[in-house]
Design a binder for this molecule. Structure first.
Ligand code: NAD
Ligand code: WQD
Length: 342
């Protein structure tokens, strides 16, 4: 029983809710813990509807160790996927302590409680942001991390290091850091998806909100980069594919297949797509015209980054599968569902 249940911290959010669905599809049980600071109950309700499982939900702040302890007291699980964190890069620069407090404390509490309650496997949500402006492309897990350019990025590097050191020191703990590239899209049911609060900072939610008429015009930040069409290159990973990478990572640890007790995997498609390509594909597959203009470069953007995914392909037996067109259709279907557009 303990082996088969996964605690999903931050499971009411975008990536957590999709991962909960895929864990359940893979025959695992899920407990969701979230304080709804950047989400609401619609994610959990969507998971319940899609899977037909009455997934337990606990409203708790992972930074409140004593409150969080209750989850460890009450539920038998051996594995944790830790999504709970703040993720807005710009806000993290404006208010670093908010990010250090939330992202570090929640993670340290989890590791402390896992040790105290003898729980063993943890997957940590890391990010391609740890590579910064990489010297070699595509980036492999061996590509050196660059000094973080935001407090958010710094929390991801620090949590990776906390996990590495904890696994080295505490015999029974195993950990996998998954470095996500740019997660986009929604579940094919259109019952769960990305629900940003306020003005979206990320490209695809801005695109879908522009198509829905919520935003007037998309700004394409820069068309004068040294890239084939002048706009930035990224590796856009479908959200369901990303969710499945978590299942593979958890199973690897449960089955004792990990080669090292701490491992890192890039989770991307291995394909670089430009901003303009993405915009054009979105228009084409959804048969609409998007109001967009070219605007100045956004400070802090890296020109290009995409993943070498060989390690995840070989070791996790995982590969991104959903075609970009389908992902972009799902993003629009979700936005229409949210806005009540037919
Ligand atoms: P999200 O905001 O949709 O989900 C995070 C969830 O964590 C939210 O439901 C929020 O309410 C919850 N949460 C935050 N702090 C908490 C706390 N102290 N206690 C309990 N719950 C808390 O974000 P997401 O896009 O699903 O991201 C999930 C994880 O993946 C984050 O760690 C993020 O940094 C990481 N990540 C995201 C991206 C991306 O582009 N979305 C890319 C790389 C890494
Ligand atoms: C993608 C491309 C923009 C918005 C961020 C975080 C990273 C990770 C994923 C968490 C860039 C361009 C965007 C817009 C645009 N998150 N763009 N107009 O910056 O690659 O990564 O999310 O870990 O840490 O930094 O993603 O979606 O913001 O931007 O032209 O309105 O789209 O310039 O080239 P990014 P993004």
């Amino acid at each position: 029983m303990k082996q088969k249940t996964v605690l999903v911290s931050g499971g009411a959010g975008y990536i957590g809710s999709h991962t909960a669905v895929e864990l359940i599809n893979a025959g695992l049980s899920v407990v969701v813990a979230d304080n709804l600071s950047n989400s609401d109950m619609s994610g959990v309700e969507g998971v319940r509807k899609i899977t037909g499982v009455d997934v337990p939900f606990i409203n708790v702040d992972c930074c409140d160790k004593e409150a969080f302890r209750e989850v460890f007291e009450k539920y038998e699980f051996d594995s944790v996927i830790h999504f709970a964190a703040f993720k807005a890069v710009g806000e993290s620069v404006a208010d670093p302590m908010k990010y250090y407090r939330n992202n570090l404390l929640s993670f340290m509490n989890i590791i402390d409680l896992m040790r105290e309650y003898d729980r063993h496997n943890i997957v940590f949500s890391s990010s391609a942001t740890v590579y910064g402006e990489a010297d070699e492309l595509p980036v492999t897990e061996q590509t050196p991390r660059k000094p973080a350019t935001s407090s958010y990025g710094n929390t991801k590097q620090m949590c990776e290091d906390i996990l590495r050191d904890s696994v080295a020191a505490y015999g029974d703990l195993k950990g996998i850091a998954l470095r996500y590239f740019n997660p986009i899209g929604a579940h094919p049911s259109a019952l769960i998806g990305e629900l940003p609060r306020g003005v979206p900072q990320n490209l695809v939610p801005f695109i879908t909100q522009t198509a829905a008429g919520v935003r007037e015009c998309l700004s394409v930040f820069g068309d004068d980069y040294d890239t084939p069409d002048g706009s930035c290159l990224r590796d856009y990973i479908d959200i369901v594919d990303l969710a499945k990478a978590h299942v593979a990572a958890i199973k690897r640890m449960i089955d004792g297949k990990n080669k090292e007790r701490y491992e890192i995997f890039n989770v991307g498609t291995g394909r670089a797509v430009s901003v303009l390509e993405l915009v054009n594909s979105f228009e084409k597959v959804n048969e609409l015209k998007l109001n967009y203009k070219v605007a100045p470069r956004r400070p802090g953007d890296v020109v290009a980054i995409w993943a070498d995914t060989s390690l995840a392909n070989e070791e996790l037996g995982w590969k991104a599968e959903r075609p970009l067109d389908e992902t972009l259709r799902s993003a629009w279907a979700w936005e229409k569902n949210v806005r009540g557009i037919k």
